[in-house]
Design a protein around this ligand. Structure first.
Ligand code: AMP
Ligand code: MN
Ligand code: MN
Ligand code: MN
Length: 295
């Protein structure tokens, strides 16, 4: 059987990745990805550049985004795939979702200043290509480069997570709204990296059942932040709830990301890949005879 090397979760510098959409497309293609999606946080600004570069390279493309949602006191990420990127309701929903980021960043900087770290807002902004999308990742890069911490993971642990001085609670989109923006634009909604949420089993059950009730259809099983046992657990969960399974590295940067584009294990054969249900939404590259391999 011919398995598609699909990578349906990655970030460019239009959100908190470090590569441009063009360079990310080129890297995905070089790493063997055959079906790719750029899923910048709360933002579609890189979609056209990503899609046109992918198609020119001979790589198929699905539109993508990763929406920040507040659910049961936790931030949950919902990936949208294969939607119409020109959809006005989706665009307006994403604009509202990212709208509070600048003020949040100022409040984060004030929290950091209270423990003696001055100038973090201006510092983080220097790492930002799209000011609408200033994120904790940009603060983390600034705090590493200015010598406060040795790596981005320890910045999150010491400063940017709940209970630490640079953490600011934030109200993101509602689960039902995010799912509907995606599905009403013709796409499929996917629960991103389900193992990363600090939920009790009851809260996780509520997330999955409410997500499905709102029209959500997919779950990431193979993602850069899942351990082997988490891959196994969420393969079973996807099967149990009849969800389509997705695969995506969540690649952000050649120096920061542990998992390379296109390098995760294939989905277990018992699962239905999300791209099976999105065949009609895939933008297909017109391959020359030399680029086409037998299926
Ligand atoms: P934000 O949307 O501003 O809250 O930033 C969230 C982003 O921070 C995520 O998309 C990840 O890219 C990054 N992130 C979250 N937790 C960590 C962590 N522990 N280590 C490194 N990066 C993280
Ligand atoms: Mn990110
Ligand atoms: Mn995420
Ligand atoms: Mn992501």
């Amino acid at each position: 059987m011919h398995l598609t090397n699909a990578d349906l979760h990655s970030h460019s510098n239009v959100s908190d990745g470090t590569l441009t959409p063009e360079d990310l497309a080129a890297r995905a293609h070089a790493k063997g990805v055959q079906l790719w999606s750029l899923t910048d946080h709360d933002e579609l600004g890189g979609q056209e550049r990503a899609c046109s570069t992918a198609l020119a390279l001979g790589m198929d493309y699905l539109s993508g985004t990763e929406i920040s949602v507040s659910f049961a006191g936790e931030t949950v990420h919902i990936v949208g795939l294969g939607f119409d990127a020109a959809d006005a309701t989706l665009q307006a929903g994403l604009a509202t979702t990212r709208g509070g980021r600048l003020q949040r960043a100022r409040d984060m900087a004030a929290g950091l200043a209270s423990v003696g770290i001055e100038g973090a807002f201006e510092g983080a902004l220097r790492y930002v290509s799209n000011p609408d999308l200033i994120s904790r990742t940009h603060f983390a890069r600034y705090l590493v480069d200015s010598g406060v911490c040795t790596d981005t993971h320890s910045v999150f642990r010491r400063y940017l997570t709940q209970g630490h001085p640079g953490f600011v609670p934030h109200s993101w989109a509602r689960l039902g709204d995010a799912v509907r923006w995606i599905t009403q634009a013709g796409g499929v909604a996917v629960i991103a990296h389900p193992a990363r949420y600090r939920f009790t089993p009851t809260e996780e059950y509520a997330l999955i059942t409410e997500f499905i009730a709102h029209g959500g259809q997919g779950m990431e099983v193979m993602t850069g932040s899942h351990s082997h046992s988490e891959q196994v657990k969420y393969a079973d969960t996807a099967l149990e709830f009849g969800l389509l399974a997705s695969r995506g590295s969540d690649f952000h940067s050649p120096t920061e990301s542990r998992v390379e584009l296109g390098s995760l294990p294939d989905l277990p054969g018992k699962l239905r890949p999300v791209w099976d249900a999105l065949q009609h939404r895939i933008q297909r590259a017109h391959r020359s005879a030399s680029q086409t391999t037998a299926a």
